[in-house]
Write a protein of this length. Structure first.
Length: 111
DNA sequence: TTCCTGACGCTTG
DNA sequence: CCAAGCGCCAGGA
């Protein structure tokens, strides 16, 4: 968060702070960054995070809890697998108990 | 420099 | 209630 070279770095930082077994939505991250209307930018940032192994993109889903970006992973199935490994139940490319495992940066990071 | 596309989200029909 | 369209910001060609 200190060095904000680009909007992406901010996103990466927040995603990296996502605790294990928890997930968040693009909109939540965008909201935390102050770009509520730019949820798409968050997703875009994740696209650039492709080469970053420090960014657990598999913990980021859309507001419905669906693994929308699953198709963008190296092995698409790895996203669901990684989530289940952390204790997150996934069914039909959708996170179960999404509201329970949901992690809001604005709440946990207390702005 | 201009046009198009894109891991989303909300409002309206 | 379900489905479709529009809005937004930024990067790449």
């Amino acid at each position: 968060m200190a060095d904000k070279g680009s909007f992406f770095e901010d996103v990466y930082d927040v995603v990296r702070l996502i605790p294990e077994g928890r997930v968040t939505s693009y909109g939540a991250i965008a909201h935390y960054l102050g770009a509520v209307k730019s949820a798409r930018m968050v997703g875009w940032a994740m696209n650039a995070a492709h080469g970053l192994d420090d960014v657990p993109a598999h913990r980021v889903v859309n507001r419905k809890g669906m693994l929308s970006g699953k198709a963008h992973f190296d092995p698409p199935e790895k996203m669901q697998q990684a989530l289940e490994e952390e204790g997150v139940k996934v069914k039909d490319d959708a996170i179960q108990d999404f509201t329970t495992v949901f992690w809001d940066p604005s709440e946990e990071l207390s702005v």
